[in-house]
Ligand binder design. Structure first.
Ligand code: VG1
Ligand code: CO
Length: 543
């Protein structure tokens, strides 16, 4: 086997966005593109000679081919060992766990998460650092810099490795260890939750439906929920991962997981419903007849987490991304624990978790997690919910009502405008940014602006500064609208409008969210001129 250096040119790179690099699959499959990006990662982290890396992905189209390329390049670059999931499969939280448990020099995760998969859909790749978390900006900046100057990459001339058989083989001088993708993760879950209590709940006739959305959590959920905890066979739906996720978007929200939502709202609804995304790091939670918003889920989990053995000592603190509702803030306030507000993207939670300042973290986009790994974790959230349900033996709807009665309710919704022409989206932001200083005190319908600013974050641990993280406008009474551009899309710009209204009157806590948010929606339109700028009359996706 011979290492060859291939001459190449800088790639039409992209500053890694919210989470790694996402591009059309055809771009990643294009001549030298994947290779250039992998070499840029290796060079950006100071080389991989003598290092051990975890590698795996969500099973989408090109996942297997890309992993073989990564193996040959890691070998050519002198890596000592690669730990890879069987058939190149690892959910994002399982990869994070392996990096931590095995003390590796980080890992490469192949996924475009909730983006669709297939030859004409999306692909993605990201590097996670030795703490198991997505690389922070100082690392992604270095990788990005290499993409602009790269002139060659190294690759071993070798045949594909058999990734279907568990065990250790070699590629050149590099060891390749193929591991069961589920085993270590399942063991971690069992160390955090009272599996006996959950099994007893399920044995008592409690029913659940878990929609794996044809994505990576299928094997994990089947092994843990059905085989280990005794949920009825078939409780896990769409359990076999497919390269194009059955043609859908593996995005666990009421739009893309509509069949599950319909089931949970119907007369035959099981007691509990959940769904997960492409790479297994996000979750949607439902009870019979109720959809729990991700922000509410985070707040409820924060309030009840000590019921689970892994959190019995209480929470050191909680953290949420800025656009996530303030529901968890009030739990933190009442419990007397710290609450941090970070920019969107899990990488910003890493330092807080490493420093022991926060135990639970969450995002409005259905990401919830804790200090057990350094990624958000869909199945973990489901198991924590089940642990809480097993202890309280109360229906989801009753738990939520009691939560709102105690803490107040934050009505919440996100309106997405997808594939907007970038110049139009930028024009909207430029105009809105310019208007921000004059907004305070102005009224829009019944709402008066209290504060208006552009969110920036100073990391309390390493002092790093992240600017331009979203435009936010707060109204008297606690309502809020946030405008942000997505960092994970692959075509045009996605405008996200985050809407929130606070309700403390128990008589008004059971309205439809879109109705409760109507004044905020109207104010958002008046303030930003979304229709005039984008030409759109309504959002593409409402969650
Ligand atoms: C979206 C979500 C964000 C999440 C990110 C990655 O980012 O809003 O909360 O962290 O996806 O999630 P953006 O920039 O498009 O708003 V995942 O499950 O793709 O790893
Ligand atoms: Co994801």
């Amino acid at each position: 086997m011979e290492t060859i250096a291939v001459d190449t040119k800088p790639i039409e790179g992209q500053k890694p966005g919210t989470s790694g690099l996402r591009k059309k699959t055809q771009v990643f499959m294009g001549r030298h593109y994947l290779e250039n990006y992998v070499q840029s990662i290796f060079d950006g982290i100071g080389g991989v000679a003598g290092k051990t890396l975890v590698v795996g992905g969500d099973g989408r189209y090109f996942n297997d081919r890309a992993c073989q390329v990564i193996l040959r390049m890691a070998a050519a670059n002198g890596a000592a060992r690669i730990i890879i999931g069987q058939n190149a499969i690892l959910s994002t939280p399982a990869a994070s766990n392996l990096i931590r448990k095995r003390g590796t020099d980080g890992g490469l995760i192949l996924s475009a998460s909730h983006n669709p998969g297939g030859p004409n859909a999306d692909f993605g790749l990201k590097y996670n650092t030795p703490n198991g978390g997505p690389a922070p900006e100082n690392v992604t900046d270095k990788i990005f810099a290499v993409t602009k100057t790269i002139t060659s990459y190294k690759i071993l001339e070798a045949q594909d490795i058999d990734l279907s058989t568990i065990g250790t083989t070699r590629m050149g001088a590099m060891e390749v260890e193929v591991v069961d993708p589920v085993a270590d993760y399942a063991e971690l879950m069992e160390s955090l939750f009272d599996f006996d209590a959950i099994a007893a709940l399920l044995a008592s006739g409690f029913t659940l439906a878990f929609d794996a959305m044809h994505a990576v959590t299928g094997p994990y959920a089947t092994a843990i929920l059905e085989k280990r905890l005794g949920a009825k066979p078939g409780s896990v739906m769409n359990a076999v991962p497919s390269p194009d996720f059955g043609g859908g978007h593996p995005d666990p929200n009421p739009i893309w997981a509509k069949p599950l939502v319909d089931l949970m709202m119907g007369s035959d609804a099981p007691d509990f419903g959940a769904a997960s995304d492409g790479d297994g790091d996000r979750n949607m939670i439902l009870g019979r007849g109720i959809y729990v918003t991700p922000s509410d889920s985070l707040a409820l989990l924060a309030a009840h987490a000590p019921l689970a053995p892994g959190y019995a000592a209480g929470l050191k603190g909680v953290a949420r991304s800025m656009p996530t509702s303030g529901a968890v803030d009030r739990v933190a306030e009442k419990r007397g624990i710290a609450c941090y507000e970070t920019p969107t993207g899990w990488k910003f939670f890493g330092n807080l978790l490493d420093a022991g300042m926060a135990t639970l973290c969450g995002e409005e986009s259905a990401g919830t997690g804790s200090d057990h790994v350094r990624e958000k974790d869909g199945l973990w959230a489901v198991l924590l919910w089940l642990n809480i349900l097993a202890v309280t033996r109360k229906p989801v709807a009753e738990l939520m009502s009691a939560h709102w009665a105690e803490f107040g309710r934050n009505y919440y919704s996100r309106h997405d405008y997808e594939d907007v022409e970038s110049d139009k989206a930028n024009a909207l932001f430029d105009a809105l940014r310019a208007a921000l200083p004059g907004l305070a005190g102005q009224s829009f319908g019944p709402l008066t602006v209290a504060t208006a600013d552009e969110f920036a974050y100073d990391d309390p641990v390493d002092g790093s500064h992240s600017a331009a993280q979203g435009l936010r406008i707060g109204f008297d009474g606690g309502g809020r609208v946030v405008f942000r551009l997505s960092g994970t899309g692959t075509v045009g710009a996605t405008l996200r409008v985050y809407l929130e209204a606070v309700e403390t009157d128990p008589a008004r806590m059971h309205q439809d969210a879109q109705v409760a948010l109507a004044d905020i929606v109207n104010a958002a339109e008046k303030i930003a001129g979304i229709k005039a700028h984008t030409g759109r009359s309504a959002p593409d996706v409402i969650t």
